[in-house]
Write a protein that binds this ligand. Structure first.
Ligand code: 13P
Length: 266
């Protein structure tokens, strides 16, 4: 039985006072419940203060990114060990806002985003620092329209998870985030979500075997709100949500958590 996991990806939002009041609202709204796993993923500059704010609560913390190398001349980056020191349990990796699917282009027309190889190196660094990577995959609208959804997911998973060792794989979290559903208000139908999640799980079975694959949690992300969460979370292969916009409002985020609890009959 997989324990559902709902995480809030705050992206580059909120000032420090707003972050503190959001966390206070979430902690109060949850009232100590631990029926499912819950995490907040603040901007890295807020990780230390947010760690203090969640002490003695059931809320865990994740970072939105980290660098793969342990130290060195990487101006502006933070290492997995630095992230670990703040108290993070999770690190989001390979979000589409960082991958090469929608990054800005340089003067040669190259997309300045993250490759599967870079993500795999970061996954290694996160596991080596005893944290859990939340590895994001998802197709663009053009790829979906061209019937490439499954092949895109297959290659993103193969590349991004290349560094995962068999003995740690069950701890992994995968987030299916169709790029066309992120921040657009356009959610995948539950049938689309279940089909993509089943495909992802099938790939995990091929790579790690059924026992491990059945223990890996696969979150859905893309315009999740309290009023669509129950239907999405009812899908058998959907094990929680990676929430963007709605994670910035305590009532909405706690609402999604409660809908997940209901959907999974916990
Ligand atoms: P929204 O919930 O705002 O669509 O964002 C989803 C997302 O990108 C979470 O990582």
């Amino acid at each position: 039985m997989r324990k559902p996991f709902v995480a809030g990806n705050w992206k580059m939002n909120l000032d420090l006072a707003g972050a503190r009041s959001l966390v206070a609202g979430i902690v109060e709204g949850l009232g100590g419940s631990s029926k499912i796993d819950v995490a907040i993923c603040p901007p890295s500059i807020y990780l230390f203060p947010m760690a203090k704010a969640i002490v003695e609560s059931t809320v865990a913390m994740g970072a939105q990114n980290c660098w793969s190398a342990p130290s060195g001349a990487f101006t502006g980056e933070v290492s997995a060990a630095m992230v670990k020191e703040t108290g993070c349990r999770y690190v989001i990796l390979g979000h589409s806002e960082r991958r090469n699917t929608i990054g800005p282009r340089d003067s040669n027309g190259n997309i300045a985003g993250e490759s599967n190889d870079m993500i795999a190196a970061k996954v290694r660094a996160v596991f080596d620092n005893e944290m859990i990577p939340i590895v994001c995959v998802g197709e663009t609208l053009a790829q979906r329209d061209a019937n490439e959804t499954e092949s895109v997911l297959t290659s993103q998973l193969a590349g991004s998870l290349a560094s995962v060792k068999a003995e740690e794989a069950s701890k992994l979290v995968v987030a299916y985030e169709p790029v066309w559903a992120i921040g657009t208000g356009r959610t995948a139908t539950s049938a689309q979500a279940q089909a993509a999640h089943a495909h992802i799980r099938g790939q995990l079975v091929e790579r790690f075997g059924a026992d491990v694959a059945n223990a890996i949690r696969i979150q859905y992300g893309g315009s999740v709100k309290p009023d669509n969460a129950r239907e999405l979370m009812s899908c058998p292969d959907v094990d929680g949500a990676l929430v963007g916009g709605a994670s910035l409002k305590p009532a909405d985020f706690v609402g999604i958590i409660n809908e997940t609890i209901q959907a999974k009959d916990l």
